[in-house]
Design a protein. Structure first.
Length: 231
């Protein structure tokens, strides 16, 4: 078996501490809002984006219009476009179907683990196999955990306190990404806006926080072009 594939798989193992319970919560939440087991599994496989799924479930509970759900999910998932652009130089020689497969498997965790290794690795790395190993472990763990959550459904007591899994699965990646002033400004702006705008209807505060965070980071980088060029 390819050594870089194995290395990528091993690199993702520690972060499963947050991924597994988060996926289980997503499965439980889907069933709790009225989705059937097969609809829950289908959504998990097709969407494979826990953050947007959870927000959409909340909007379904609030009776939000479908257009709000679509726009909210799109804004939350637009970050994958930036992830793809960052990974593109490492995977540009692959065929179209290979890129499509790896794009489907893209997640916050796979991106964070892979890019951290690509940037810091001192030896030559087969980027395709490392990323594939990392992404595959996360994808399999997510799907299995989501299925377990869907099967358990309402049997999982709220007292288990699995709410910690959502922030836990992103905190390690976020702190690792705060390497320069623009990303710090973007994180602070988005986080502060999300807290202040929490009471807005239909969870539009999250859309506003995401938009302002991206704008703040872009503005900070534009005002400091030398730092952007150095990166």
């Amino acid at each position: 078996m390819n050594k870089d594939f194995v290395a990528g798989a091993r690199g993702s193992l520690p972060i499963l501490i947050g991924v597994i319970p988060f996926a289980m919560i997503t499965g439980v939440a889907a069933v709790s809002v009225g989705l059937t087991f097969f609809e829950t599994v289908g959504m998990s496989v097709l969407v494979f984006a826990g953050a947007s799924q959870m927000v959409v479930f909340q909007l379904m509970t609030a009776g939000s219009p479908w257009i709000i759900m679509v726009l909210t999910a799109w804004v939350i998932n637009v970050r994958f476009t930036m992830y793809s652009a960052t990974l593109a130089p490492y995977l540009q020689k692959l065929s179209t179907w290979q890129k499509a497969l790896l794009a489907y498997m893209l997640s916050d965790q796979a991106f964070g683990v892979s890019m951290s290794h690509f940037v810091t690795a001192k030896e030559e790395v087969n980027h395709r196999w490392y990323y594939f190993g990392s992404a595959l472990v996360i994808w399999v763990a997510w799907q299995i955990s989501a299925i377990i959550g869907a099967l358990l459904g309402s049997l999982v007591p709220a007292s288990w306190g699995f709410d910690f899994a959502f922030p836990l699965s992103f905190m390690a990646l976020m702190f690792a990404a705060l390497r320069d002033r623009p990303t710090v400004i973007a994180a602070l702006t988005g986080g502060l806006t999300a807290v202040l705008a929490k009471g807005l209807p239909y969870n539009t505060g999250l859309v506003l926080a995401t938009s302002l965070g991206i704008a703040a980071g872009y503005l900070a980088e534009s005002l400091n072009p030398q730092q952007g060029a150095a990166q």
